[in-house]
Design a protein around this ligand. Structure first.
Ligand code: AP5
Ligand code: MG
Length: 217
């Protein structure tokens, strides 16, 4: 099964994708995570992407569709992928169609996380992750079970994203509204879009997504 999780910054795409990966053996393909890894390694792509990401703007379609194409050639994606933060433009949606068709794969669902933008600033500015394993947390909505210790790997080091400040989040939201939300009709015409209330708590959002994936319709 191949699914897209679509929604603005802080909608919960990464939270739900990593849960689906852990519970269903699907692979999370987050272009944001891949780009941040490239920035950290200082690769040529990372060096080009850093300033764009820090400003909250979109990295070029060629770069992101290129890294997704390379990732889809790895065998772990054959049993199913969760596209988290990709596609984000009409050109990327077209590219993904081609990338999947070339590999005899198809999209099963596009799940839109429907959220109230005002609440998202709070979600994004309160987000932090484990510096060792990347597990995601929030200052209020998802705290580690033991304060200061990662639930997953026990590390005591955490980090925050440079683009997770109130000002950059506004730019990221504007980019979503202008370039990403307009791709929904492309998938609606194909009958693939399902909507989930992204304002519900994390477990309820997960249950709603599971119900869609298990319904087969
Ligand atoms: P990316 O990393 O994709 O960031 P984003 O789209 O802005 O989305 P986020 O990761 O901020 O939000 P999320 O929906 O994953 O939320 P999360 O689950 O963490 O992209 C970053 C940048 O990279 C872009 O700005 C761009 O420059 C570049 N880029 C990436 N992909 C690109 C592409 N395809 N094309 C061009 N450029 C690209 O949740 C947020 C917080 O809320 C967490 O703390 C979580 O614990 C909490 N939370 C989650 N769900 C709930 C809930 N239901 N209730 C309460 N709290 C919740
Ligand atoms: Mg994310």
């Amino acid at each position: 099964m191949n699914i897209i999780l679509l929604g603005p910054p802080g909608a919960g795409k990464g939270t739900q994708a990593s849960r689906l990966e852990a519970e269903r053996g699907m692979v999370q393909l987050s272009t944001g995570d891949m780009l941040r890894a490239a920035v950290k390694l200082g690769t040529p792509i990372g060096m080009r992407a850093k300033a764009v990401m820090d400003a909250g703007e979109l990295v070029s379609d060629e770069i992101v569709s290129g890294i997704i194409g390379e990732r889809l050639d790895m065998p772990d994606t054959e049993s199913g992928a969760i596209f988290d933060g990709y596609p984000r433009t009409a050109a990327q949606a077209q590219a993904l169609d081609g990338l999947l068709a070339e590999r005899d794969r198809q999209l099963d669902y596009v799940i839109e996380l429907v959220v109230d933008e005002e609440a998202l600033v709070d979600r994004v500015t309160g987000r932090f992750t484990c510096a060792r394993c990347g597990a995601g947390y929030h200052d209020r909505y998802k705290q580690p079970k033991v304060e200061g210790v990662c639930d997953v790997c026990g590390s005591t080091e955490f980090k925050r994203r440079p683009d997770d400040n109130a000002e950059t989040v506004r730019t990221r939201m504007a980019e979503y509204r202008a370039k990403t939300a307009p791709i929904l009709p492309f998938y609606e015409e194909k009958g693939l879009v399902r909507r989930v209330d992204g304002m519900a708590d994390i477990d309820a959002v997960g249950a709603a997504i599971d119900a869609i994936l298990d319904s087969g319709s």
